[in-house]
Design a protein around this ligand. Structure first.
Ligand code: NAP
Ligand code: MG
Length: 498
């Protein structure tokens, strides 16, 4: 394949030239076991560098540091505006190094630069938004009706040590979500990033230090979820787990958090419905339908993977969608013309192609996509954007999260029926509706049992707007004031004034 790749940012090149360490109590250290893991470039399958493989002992050290920083360090005594200023400085540093971060992320997880650049900028916004919250976290004075002259008020207090566990599909932004609101509210954090994509999170650790957060406030321990992640979720000195990942692991985390009744917030999987009415603006609907599912090569928890199209336009819409999809260029994320990058791993690629096969066996019709045959794509983990028609909502491919560039098209002719079908899933994360009829739009939006609904658009996110899932898509909300609630305890204080 003849391509011109953007050359790697010099600081990113420097970062990967040295084997990285992990951050515990303000020190860059090796894993206690001395073990290291490789991280690969999914566009080529080549090893980029190695990072320490954190284990139980490293998690123990990191939790001890975070506990000490929470209870004794300068952190608990810091004024809200000082915490806010640190978060602002952190945001400025991230912005100043934006190109290095987007390049490291593209290298490590394969997403096109246009996507990793937008995640860096969303991350900067997120830090600034929560920096603003530090001085606005107030309690209430409550007019209680008990006898006597009693003054009752509430305080919002940090929860303590937060364990943050993140996936590989948006490594930097997901880590920022585990830092911004938790730190704004005065907690300390131990982060365990996905072992497939540790690089930007480790680089973030350097900015944490440069910004001047006290030692132990942020600790970063890469290492496998089943060992390091599990140790964090079981740890008696961790007060809360904030997790983004699969529903399956989310359930495991609830179980392993039970012993010390840890607080848990979970951002999990999805199988979002996208409903296109015949009266929609046709071109907008077509673009939305494609972008909703193919963004980040379908590796998005909110992917609009179940596409419901009104009968009247179904055949034409599906064939136009297939045509439109052919224009999405698959390739290396450093190629400016790439729209879809590779999937994260060989395993993920095989899993997605396995679902396409299952769909075909179940009777779905392949309109476009499937396995790339071009020899030049052979070393990367590529899957062509795939459009399947003739699908019904009870097929495996319409029930299970595929987490790849695969959309399943289903016709409908009745608004109540399509609402029922849209909600016929164990998930409840995202949903979309395209129509020019404001009544239909709101009827569908209100009826969807999901945490996010987009009308005549899709995939929009903002630090000020709450984000999370109904049903098995999660517990709690990130972003907005909801995140402040999620990372604070409320204390009620009673004063006898007699
Ligand atoms: P995953 O397998 O659940 O892994 C997520 C993280 O959990 C990784 O860091 C993983 O570690 C770790 N982990 C694995 N087993 C664990 C255990 N027993 N205890 C503690 N941690 C453990 O998910 P994924 O495949 O990386 O990510 C894709 C999933 O995330 C999809 O289902 C997607 O929908 C969901 N997601 C949801 C959102 C949202 O906001 N709702 C956003 C993005 C992704 P290692 O992989 O390093 O071993
Ligand atoms: Mg990688």
């Amino acid at each position: 394949m003849q391509t011109t790749l953007t050359s790697l940012n010099a600081n990113a090149a420097k970062f990967i030239a040295t084997p990285r360490k992990m951050l515990i109590n303000g020190q860059w250290v090796e894993a206690a076991s001395g073990k290291r893991i490789e991280t690969k470039n999914p566009a080529t399958g080549e090893v980029i560098t190695t990072v320490p493989e954190g284990g139980v002992e490293d998690i123990n050290r990191a939790v001890a540091a975070a506990r000490k920083a929470f209870e004794e360090g300068p952190w608990p005594k810091m004024k809200p505006n000082e915490r806010g200023n640190l978060l602002l400085k952190f945001a400025d540093l991230l912005e100043a190094n934006a190109e290095e971060f987007s390049h490291l992320e593209t290298l490590d997880n394969g997403a096109p630069l246009s996507i990793t650049e937008s995640f860096v900028s969303l991350s900067v916004d997120n830090l600034r938004y929560f920096a603003g919250w530090t001085t606005k976290i107030t309690g209430e004075t409550i007019p209680v009706s008990v006898p006597g002259n009693i003054f009752n008020y509430t305080r919002r207090e940090p929860i303590g040590v937060i364990g943050g566990i993140t996936p590989w599909n948006g490594p930097l932004y997901m880590a920022i979500l585990k830092l911004s609101a938790p730190l704004a509210t005065g907690n300390t954090v131990v982060l365990n990033p996905a072992s497939l994509t540790p690089l930007t999170v480790l680089r973030l650790g350097e900015l944490v230090q440069e910004a001047g957060f006290p030692d132990g406030v942020v600790n970063i321990v890469p290492g496998s979820g089943s060992i390091a992640g599990a140790a964090l979720t079981e740890h008696p000195n961790v007060d809360k787990i904030s997790f983004t990942g699969s529903t399956e692991v989310g359930k495991q985390i609830i179980r392993s958090s039970a012993d010390n009744v840890k607080k848990v917030s979970l951002e999990l999987g999805g199988k979002s419905a996208h409903i296109i009415f015949a009266d929609a603006d046709y071109e907008t609907a077509l673009q939305n339908a494609a972008n909703a599912v193919f963004f980040n090569s379908g590796q998005a928890c909110i992917a609009g993977s179940r596409l419901f199209v009104e009968n009247k336009i179904y055949d034409k819409f599906m064939s136009d969608l297939a045509e439109y999809t052919k224009n999405f260029k698959l390739g290396n994320g450093f190629d400016q013309s790439t729209i879809l990058g590779p999937l994260i791993s060989e395993k993920q690629k095989n899993s997605v192609l396995g679902y396409v096969d299952i769909g075909l066996q179940e009777g779905a019709e392949l309109l476009v996509g499937g396995n790339p045959t071009e020899a030049e794509l052979a070393n990367g983990y590529y899957v062509k954007p795939t459009v399947l028609a003739n699908v019904s909502n009870d097929m495996t491919i319409a029930r299970e999260e595929i987490f790849g560039p695969v959309v399943t098209g289903m016709p409908f002719n009745d608004i109540d029926k399509v609402i029922r079908l849209a909600n016929q899933t164990e998930y409840g994360l995202g949903g979309g509706v395209c129509t020019t009829d404001i009544r239909k739009a709101h009827k569908v939006a209100n009826a969807m049992r999901t945490g996010n609904v987009w009308i005549n658009t899709y995939n929009l996110l903002d630090p000020a707007s709450p984000y999370g899932g109904y049903k098995q898509s999660g517990l709690g909300r990130e972003n907005g004031s909801a995140a402040i609630d999620m990372f604070t305890e409320t204390k009620s204080i009673w004063v006898n004034l007699d």
